[in-house]
Design a protein around this ligand. Structure first.
Ligand code: F6R
Length: 610
């Protein structure tokens, strides 16, 4: 989705804005632009396409010696990607960058047209620029202008604004869309996420809704609409610039898969006390968890797939019914929520619009909420009753990998804690699983990573495919949904995931000579059933790749054309190694196709609009 950066300080603003925009590239965009403020004038340079095109344009433009400016990467929603539709948008007194969607922009345009405003773009954002200008012309007060305009707009927004007649100052306001501000000794910064300003600082403030941040060099004031100063909490991330760089890997996605052992260890270890799960004061523990009659796990995409793993473990170990739902459906479906229910929101970014709306829906119904989130201080984390942070570090590649693994890890710990609280599991069994989670699992995943070149060789055999099926049973069927999503989003190979027993109820009609089928087998109890499904597809000509744990491969005769065997020293937790195999398979298939693995077409890292 769109990205925002703003800088005011002592250095030239343009290169700093470009550096910030480059750090935001991972979010997905199709145009970019900057506005520079100097000597009472605003100069905007915008361009369709990659940031490199904008840089070239900047080099060929006579720019003012500006030390203050705002920049933006746009992911088109209203109007095609073009120079005109790119941000910043200008009005007579100001330039503005915007993340989010103004739903009532047509009505605003109509009323402002009557007041003489001309609209040159097809965007919703231009209406916001002119509306703020409209109020600024009336009041000559930037804070009042921003608040009045914000009151009139429906939808979501994070705005960064510079006014031509207010030197060295950036104004920021937001609603339902993330925006952070920061000050160093010599600079003031705004950004849509921390990665854009990590080169300057790891300390920042998230602006509360309805508050205007007035950012100058080395100084930020937070004002309410009466202009009274209010306090905001400073937050710190332990992320470093190097963690947000490729560090020798070809792609962020590859680097992030290789970070999985460490991410799992870092997420699990601090949540163990005397060998069993303990979330401290952050989140409900055993006895409290045991009181819930039903759990709903609500999330989008990959996070929702991690939710399926949470369901499997919670139901198996704790015998509590779990309902997994796509957040965009949950919010509009009027879900049945009992007074002893718990809604768990899973989100890497903590800013996904649908997940945030689902959280608000659950809270409005008085249901207990727990967030499992990777980005500290993000909206979902702040608004939920309690939060467990996954400690995966920054995830830059659009396709989620390590965040999925750590979400699964937290859900396994929650399942164990619930099972203990309900007396469904002995202390000794709980200790065994927890030990395995903190020791065996990271080691097994590390062993899978060593197989990356072998997985690459197999993946290359499948890069020419156009359609592919993933099949498995039990947890493997859940894993297949994620394996399939990973492959299609980055390699553009169409694929579908099926519970192996379901194929013959319709889909097997698509299996003909040479159709590739990936069969995942980690569940020994269901292994023979999957082998039967393999025989069924093979007898119709399918070409089968079997991804299977070493121990099952030893014990069973599996009819397949290719095989990837991987170690899983604790069979019940083989899903973590399997996840890495599936991710590496997708990664190598996509890179062999020469695709931009980290930035797949049409996709955005953090989906902050509905
Ligand atoms: C796919 C992917 C997405 C996200 C989804 C939710 O690789 O990354 O499906 O999982 O957009 O994002 P978060 O977890 O940030 O809420």
């Amino acid at each position: 989705m769109c990205g925002i950066i703003g800088y005011t300080g002592e250095q030239k603003a343009a290169p700093i804005l470009i550096e910030g925009l480059s750090a935001l590239e991972y979010r997905g965009y199709d145009s970019s632009g900057v506005a520079l403020l100097a000597d009472g004038e605003i100069t905007a340079v915008k361009s369709k396409g990659r940031i490199a095109v904008l840089e070239e344009k900047l080099e060929n433009t006579k720019l003012p010696e500006a030390t203050c400016g705002i920049g933006h990467t746009r992911w088109a929603t209203h109007g095609e990607p073009s120079d005109i539709n790119a941000h910043p948008h200008l009005s007579s007194s100001l330039a503005l960058v915007h993340n989010g969607i103004i739903e009532n922009y047509r009505a605003i345009e109509n009323h402002l047209s009557l007041s003489g405003y001309d609209f040159v773009s097809q965007t919703d954002t231009e209406a916001a620029a002119h509306l703020i200008d409209f109020y600024y012309q009336k009041t000559n007060d930037p804070v009042e202008a921003l608040c009045s305009a914000a009151d009139e707009m429906r939808g979501s927004f994070a705005f960064g604004v510079v006014f031509a007649n207010i030197p060295d100052t950036i104004y920021a306001i937001r609603k339902d869309s993330p925006l952070i501000v920061a000050a160093t000794g010599s600079a003031g910064l705004i950004a849509s996420d921390i990665t854009a300003i990590l080169a300057h600082t790891n300390k920042y403030f998230r602006i509360d809704e309805g508050i205007v941040a007035v950012v100058k060099k080395g100084e930020i004031n937070f004002l309410d609409r009466e202009g009274k100063k209010v306090a905001q909490n400073e937050e710190t991330v332990d992320w470093t610039v190097s963690r947000a760089q490729k560090s020798g890997f070809s792609h962020f996605m590859q680097k992030e898969i290789f970070e999985e052992p460490d991410a799992i260890r870092k997420t699990v270890t601090p949540r163990l006390l005397s060998g069993i799960p303990d979330f401290g004061n952050d989140a409900p523990n055993g006895e409290t968890l045991a009181k819930f009659d039903r759990i709903h796990i609500v999330a989008c995409g990959t996070a929702m797939h991690a939710g399926l793993i949470g369901k499997a473990f919670t139901e198996r170990l704790a015998r509590v019914p779990v309902n997994v739902e796509i957040a965009s459906e949950f919010r509009y479906r009027d879900p049945i929520l009992g007074e002893n229910d718990l809604v768990i929101l899973l989100s890497q970014s903590g800013e996904t619009a649908d997940t945030l709306a689902a959280l608000r829906h659950a809270k409005a119904r008085g249901t207990a909420t727990l967030a499992i989130v990777n980005v500290i201080g993000s909206s979902v984390a702040r608004e939920a009753d309690s939060v467990i942070y996954t400690l995966a570090g920054p995830e830059i590649a659009v396709a989620s990998t390590k965040a999925y693994s750590v979400q699964c890890a937290v859900l396994v710990l929650l399942a164990v804690s619930t099972a203990l609280g309900r007396g469904q599991m002995s202390q000794a069994d709980a200790e065994d699983i927890c030990r395995a989670m903190s020791e065996n699992v990271p080691d097994d995943v590390a062993a899978v990573l060593k197989m990356s070149d072998d997985i690459c060789k197999v993946a290359k055999k499948y890069t020419g495919c156009e359609d592919l099926f993933y099949i498995g049973r039990g947890i493997d069927a859940d894993m297949c949904t994620e394996g399939s999503l990973k492959l299609k989003e980055i390699s553009y190979i169409h694929s579908e995931a099926y519970a192996a027993g379901e194929l013959k109820h319709g889909t097997i009609s698509l299996v003909t000579e040479g159709v590739p089928v990936v069969a995942l087998i980690t569940e020994r109890a269901l292994c023979e059933k999957v082998i039967s499904a393999i025989r069924e597809v093979k007898s119709r000509g399918a070409r089968v790749l079997c991804i299977v744990t070493d121990d099952i491969a030893e014990d069973f005769d599996i009819p397949c054309d290719d095989m990837i065997r991987f170690p899983a020293s604790v069979p019940e937790l083989a899903l973590f190694s399997a996840a890495s195999v599936l991710q590496l398979f997708a990664y190598h298939a996509a890179s062999a196709r020469g695709l931009d693995v980290d930035k797949p077409r049409n996709l955005a890292k953090s989906v902050t609009v509905e």
